[in-house]
Design a protein. Structure first.
Length: 255
């Protein structure tokens, strides 16, 4: 009678070791692929929001949405692009921009959520010299602060900005993928509120393989390194101190 040849213990251990090595080698590849897929979803979300803002402008005499983002009181204001229920908490119901995104509350929540933005999410409030306290936030993206009004010296009069006033729209940020306080990104705007005690400080994220998704005023989305905005002479944080700020963020700059 012919006997079947079986694996020896040594052979079995060798096979297991080979499988373990292959898994160890492939795991980073799978992880990076997952991150890239999440970045694509994030970019799609931002593009939908950007296109909604452009559609809003087309139907409102060229004026872009005003992302004031101040919770009541003193708001809500009838011209708020998206209302806030509290600092760092978007209202999924109030806002002039919502109908251009979706009538479905669940879709609104999904589109404003980056799949790589893990819970808990935080945003920081305070003036530029005070990074406390921090508040929970329910969104991943922040509009450019300059949309609140124009010119910059009176932009908190809430006059809004016309698309034709944006200089070099293909390079200026309309929307940014943000990080929570204490994250590795850089402050580039207080886009969810005016300067002062209720300002919300925005950090560009590095969660997409060290880069941040941004949507420009021409509707395209690209990934940039937040390190572009680092200024070693200002303790790492930057507002208007770097040329890249003027190039990417200051919509009235010709640079």
């Amino acid at each position: 009678m012919r006997r079947l040849k079986a694996f020896t213990l040594v052979e079995l251990l060798v096979v297991i070791a080979i499988i373990a090595v292959l898994v160890a080698l492939l795991f980073p590849v799978f992880h990076k692929a997952r991150q890239q897929a999440q970045q694509v979803v994030c970019a799609s979300n931002m593009r939908q929001i950007g296109l909604a803002a452009l559609a809003y402008s087309a139907e409102n005499k060229g004026v872009l949405p005003i992302p004031l983002g101040i919770p009541p009181p003193p708001g809500p204001f009838p011209y708020d692009a998206i209302g806030c229920d509290a600092i760092g908490v978007l209202s999924w119901n109030r806002g002039t921009l919502w109908n251009y995104i979706s009538r479905d509350r669940g879709v609104r929540i999904r589109i404003f959520s980056c799949p790589s933005d893990a819970e808990p999410r935080w945003v920081q409030a305070g003036d530029t010299g005070n990074f406390n306290p921090k508040f929970p936030r329910n969104f991943s993206y922040s509009f450019n602060d300059y949309l609140i009004g124009t010119p910059p010296s009176i932009r908190y009069g809430h006059y809004g900005v016309r698309l034709t006033q944006v200089h070099h729209p293909s390079s200026k940020f309309l929307l940014m993928d943000m990080e929570g306080p204490g994250g590795p990104g850089d402050i580039v705007s207080s886009a969810s509120g005016p300067p002062g005690p209720n300002a919300v400080l925005v950090f560009l994220t590095t969660r997409h393989n060290g880069t941040c998704n941004v949507c420009c005023f021409d509707g395209h989305v690209e990934a940039l390194a937040p390190s572009l905005f680092k200024n070693p002479t200002v303790n790492g944080w930057s507002f208007i101190e770097t040329p890249n700020y003027e190039h990417y963020v200051d919509i009235f700059s010709d640079w």
